[in-house]
Design a protein. Structure first.
Length: 202
């Protein structure tokens, strides 16, 4: 298993991945309605240059309490974010008070069944000054015109009712068209603050 190291990260990569994370683009939210990574725009690469792309979420803070952090893909360079997906979700949580902890599958509302809506990356995130979401999204071979496009995401966030919640989502974009743009937003309100970094695995 290869390992990428620098002053801030020590990340184990899957065997055969090549071993190098290449930073492509950083977007920083400031009361932003959306953060979008569009191939060929503002130095973004999201094409056959890399077979695996990773988005890193760092302290994503919603403007609205209880909003969901979410994403969608585009097959037309960002004109529309409406790729058909089938996805699954589960979560683990523990309350600050210690009175509640659980591993649970999430309701069908958190996953997508052959739908074009945005996929949740968390649910009911807290908007307090010290509350945020961090995690990562792996997108595999988005430029393929043969296969569907698989993704795996994991976040940890401050749930609005004072829980630590680890949120897992995965699925596939059910299209053989290339995915050439990814957009992130909240289900309501803006992304008040936070950073998203895009990497390719060389």
């Amino acid at each position: 298993m290869a390992t990428y190291q620098n002053s801030r990260y020590n990340i184990a990569l899957p065997s055969g991945s090549g071993g190098n994370l290449v930073h492509i683009k950083t977007l920083t939210a400031s009361s932003s309605a959306t953060l979008s990574f569009v191939d060929g725009t503002s130095d973004v690469v999201l094409d056959s240059t890399y077979r695996t792309y990773i988005f890193k979420f760092i302290n994503i803070h919603p403007a609205t309490n209880g909003a969901h952090f979410q994403f969608n893909g585009s097959a037309d360079t960002g004109s529309n974010y409406n790729v058909t997906k089938t996805t699954t979700v589960f979560a683990i949580y523990h309350s600050e008070s210690g009175s509640s902890a659980s591993l649970e599958s999430r309701s069908h509302a958190d996953g997508v069944q052959q739908g074009t809506g945005f996929q949740l990356l968390n649910t009911d995130s807290g908007a307090g000054d010290d509350e945020s979401t961090s995690g990562e999204l792996f997108l595999f071979n988005p430029s393929s015109t043969t296969f569907v496009k698989h993704f795996i995401a994991r976040t940890n966030f401050y749930y609005e009712s004072d829980f630590s919640m680890n949120f897992f989502s995965a699925g596939y974009c059910n299209t053989t068209s290339a995915i050439d743009a990814i957009q992130f937003k909240m289900s309501s309100g803006n992304i008040d603050a936070g950073t998203i970094k895009l990497y390719g695995i060389a």
